[in-house]
Ligand binder design. Sequence first.
Ligand code: AMP
Length: 471
Amino acid sequence: MSENLFSLFASRFPQDRAKPCFLTPDGGAVSYGELEAGAGRLAALLRAKGVRTGDRIAVQAPKSPQMVMLWLATLKVGAAFLPLNTAYTAAEIQYFLDDAEPALFVRDAAALAAEAQDLEPLDEVVPRAASDLAAILYTSGTTGRSKGAMLSHGNLAANALALHAAWGFTPDDVLLHALPIFHVHGLFVALHCALLSGGPMLWLDRFDEAQVLAALPRATVMMGVPTFYVRLLAHPGFTREAAAHMRLFISGSAPLLESTFEDFEARTGQRILERYGMSEAAIITTNPLDGERVAGSVGFPLPGVGLRIGGGEDAGVIEIRGPSVFSGYWRMPEKTAEEFTADGWFITGDVGRVDPDGRVWISGRAKDLIISGGYNVYPKEVELVLDELAGVEESAVIGAPHPDFGEAVVAVIAGQGEEAAVIAAAREKLAAFKAPKRVVFVRELPRNTMGKVQKNILRQTYADLFGPRGS
Ligand code: AMP
């Protein structure tokens, strides 16, 4: 039996294909029938252009329904989709093209759909095994070379089905989709839940507070990165009434501050559901739909996902296995071997712990670990203390080269305050080696499109804080 992911989606499309799939702020609509026909025509065009089963199709294009049609067309012809961040420069793109050697590189999905307009839609869905490649997601690569995580039809189907069930999606749901679709969050997590329910999406090109507020009364579920929720809270129009119609707000891709969770509940009466995932496995853990959603925890492993802490300690690097976990990095067998344990678990690089109830807590990335004077400092532990201080909106703790300590703890704080007072307050709560040696105040922390604080930029900026290269 074919395990082509397209067939799974098609089996869930509403029987009445006139029902909308995409609803745009200008009043436009694209029905499920149009999605299916558009995907069929693009599949015919891909074939006409010589794309074969097993080829890659690279896409760096503005968000559009046609880009989703192209994703489905790629599945139909048995090729692999390679979405690229729209912010990548020409030099970065060249690296991906050289590495992945796609048969086609698409910059404008709408133009491609127009080119396919007169073609007869291709009905055929190429049979695929669950283990066959469906997509390659290049990791954001904040250090070193970006790696292409290879995801199969089976990986994506397993995760989509698990999320659809865990978050209680029904055909009555209306998903507010304001995420980019070059990333796992918007492309797989959000889109696939909607396609499996056969319901409509309120389709916004990007996150814009005014557009989101205008769309909320028609939506039932929203998925976002923490920044979306911070920005909504900063808007006076975001009230209890504005959110009253929503059944679920979901957050992920970066840690949701406890203060954001609390402010959101105080404002709307609703508790954001935080989940944890990554390009290599889509969603790994989620807070419960019906049970207690705990601020600061990313919840429980999804059904079918195994999660353990490496090294058998209470806290350490999270390791996972299960049907959604990718098979390896594109053309990097050594890197792949390094990142899986001998018994087949993927080493996520995220540091965390599992509490006695089975809830997972994440305390940072292993590579963010600071070693100061031989002692390990987990930045998250320090950040939690600093975030409690008056005047601190948010903090990011990094290590900077230091002549005596090797690395010294540096706190970069968005907000206002006084360096000596912050250091003194941190010392009251933390061992001296964990307290910052220097505190820098900034207007805001640098973030990438997915809301992740870019600690690599902070490390570069403050590399000379203790003298040139720390000497
Ligand atoms: P990406 O592959 O771009 O989705 O990035 C995955 C990384 O984002 C994970 O390895 C985590 O470090 C981080 N991440 C995702 N969701 C969360 C979350 N809810 N809390 C903390 N970190 C998260």
